[in-house]
Design a protein around this ligand. Sequence first.
Ligand SMILES: Cc1cc2nc3c(=O)[nH]c(=O)nc-3n(C[C@H](O)[C@H](O)[C@H](O)COP(=O)(O)OP(=O)(O)OC[C@H]3O[C@@H](n4cnc5c(N)ncnc54)[C@H](O)[C@@H]3O)c2cc1C
Length: 255
Amino acid sequence: MRSPSRLLRTSVRSAASSSASGGSSISPRLPASRVILFDTSPAQLIEIARDQLPESYTRRLARHRYGPAVFKLDWALEQKIPWSNSACDRASTVHVGGTLEDIAASEKAMWEGRAPDHPFLIVCQQSNFDRTRAPNGKHAGYAYCHVPNGCEIDMTERIEAQIERFAPGFRDIIEVRRKMPPSEIEARNANNKGGAITGGVADIAQFFARPTLRLAPYRTPNPRLFLCSASTPPGAGVHGMCGYYAAREALRKLT
Ligand SMILES: Cc1cc2nc3c(=O)[nH]c(=O)nc-3n(C[C@H](O)[C@H](O)[C@H](O)COP(=O)(O)OP(=O)(O)OC[C@H]3O[C@@H](n4cnc5c(N)ncnc54)[C@H](O)[C@@H]3O)c2cc1C
């Protein structure tokens, strides 16, 4: 007899293999597996499986709020970022915001639908710690800031000016720059609707009712279909707990 986890792996593999035809989207035709777990946004669940789900449920899924987007820059750098405060060299991720008031103003602007003038940044400099990230003697890094969902404003100048404020000379060490506006963030991964990378806003309402209010939010009204992405509790992050809880729900159905 096959163990529950083996059974789940087999079912999921069968769903994956029928979708591995290349490209970034899967065929709307669903495989005959006993369970199918969607590591997707609610919008994609609707798009792929609309005909397998009651309309009342897809209507509720369509009300899911995706929230703010990110605008991201990747850089190839001549050297380490020249922070004025050398303590920043010891962090692989530096949160660049200035004062608490500066950070609040940046996030407020974004929630009010405006691109911030002095954006609060997440700056990553992993090559300080992992030498495989850049050629010998060189460095790599990236930064992103929050912008309104679907925002089309080019934030390059504002992001680099903000780093320059705390690391004078930063602009001079940029060898190559790559821009990733919200539209490209979504083009690379359809889960990131409008450039939002968290699977949906995690305010008090949507933290529990994620993506809709159900006792077991990983289940859909169709007993074969489950949702296991960051659009389910406990939400975004690379902790894997959404998948873990969804897998437990699926195993209950299989055993
Ligand atoms: C630049 C960036 C930095 C981040 N930094 C952090 C961080 O430091 N810490 C942290 O905890 N989180 C971070 N996150 C967020 C984190 O990556 C997400 O919350 C998490 O990956 C969501 O997991 P998921 O399983 O829901 O979906 P994903 O990780 O998005 O996985 C879904 C997979 O399914 C594929 N897919 C989507 N749609 C389809 C389709 N229709 N057909 C076939 N395949 C499809 C996608 O290509 C992807 O491979 C970051 C995200 C980004 C973009």
